[in-house]
Design a protein. Structure first.
Length: 297
């Protein structure tokens, strides 16, 4: 099985020069601290984020409904021929939480959900409404569609379903770098963002650099194949979630040693406990990436 943790390093000013410098420092950190680190093939990522649009016919003084978000994510090392659509509603904090922290916070939905079949881009899209009838109200939904239909699906959302969904941003990693170092797989890359539209390359900025650390337990480690290695049979594997996360953090502490990342807090996102179930490992990876890439502000 595989367990991953993700680190998003914000770039002050979002300049491409600062992003390239941070990436270069990470490469030096990996190659200097891991003697047998070996470069593998490159990887890429595409992430589009949409938010729900409040109904236009709300009474003047009615409270606006909580926003939902839809992520359209493709990660080449996870699946070359699939794009994942992750829709999750806003989950309001409990009264006790609000009282404890004094502010209202947005909580990302993390429970596991199954990947459904692969509809065409014209298939019905789940609406941004919280499900309060099922056993798991407020939980997100993940579907997989063919990668070749990603753009047409996004266009469908932006035209036919524009009263429901509004485009927020598009993020890309074009030439990510992969290393293997013993039982670990390291994926790093510069995040690029175009603010002016889903397909625009104008005003390109780099809000951050990502480092994904994967520990491989059992199996043959890294393999260049369409199967990501996630989602294997784990019934007979006894794993401790704290131990796995501790391994990821230990590798990260080695990589970042001596690097000055400047201003900004580095975000850590782990796959979570659902990753111990082989059937939901890919869903856990999708949620991990989407949570890290739902930029604040």
């Amino acid at each position: 099985m595989r367990y991953s943790g993700l680190y998003f390093i914000p770039i002050h000013g979002a300049t491409q020069e600062a992003s390239a410098s941070t990436l270069a420092s990470l490469i030096v950190g990996i190659e200097s601290h891991f003697e047998f680190a070996t470069r593998q093939s490159s990887w890429s990522l595409s992430h589009r984020l949409l938010r729900s649009v409040p109904p236009a016919n709300l009474p003047p003084h009615a409270p606006k409904p909580a926003q939902s978000f839809q992520h359209i994510l493709h990660v080449s090392y996870l699946s070359r021929d699939k794009t994942y659509c992750y829709i999750h509603p806003f989950t309001p904090p409990s009264a006790a939480t609000v009282a404890a922290v004094g502010v209202k916070a947005e909580t990302s939905a993390t429970p596991s959900v199954g990947i459904k079949g692969e509809p065409t881009s014209q298939a019905g899209t789940p609406l941004p409404i919280q499900d309060t009838t099922g056993p798991t109200p407020g939980y997100g939904t993940i579907i997989a569609i063919p990668y070749a239909q990603s753009e047409s699906h996004l266009g469908y959302l932006g035209t036919q379903l524009s009263p429901l969904w509004a485009y927020r941003h598009a993020l890309h990693i074009y030439q990510g770098i992969t290393y293997t170092a013993g039982q670990y797989i390291l994926n790093i890359g510069e995040v690029r963002m175009a603010r002016s539209g889903p397909s625009s390359s104008s005003n390109l900025v780099s809000p951050g650099v990502v480092v994904c650390i994967t520990t491989v337990t059992g199996g043959d480690g890294y393999a260049e194949e369409t199967d990501s290695g996630y989602g294997g049979d784990t019934e007979d594997i006894e794993m401790d979630i704290e131990e796995l996360e501790g391994e990821v953090r230990q590798v990260w502490n080695v990589i970042k040693k001596g690097i000055d990342f400047g201003k900004g807090d580095i975000r850590e996102v782990m796959m979570g406990r659902d990753a111990l179930n082989g059937e939901t490992q890919k869903e856990a990876v999708v949620r991990m990436w989407c949570d890290a890439l739902k930029l604040r502000g």
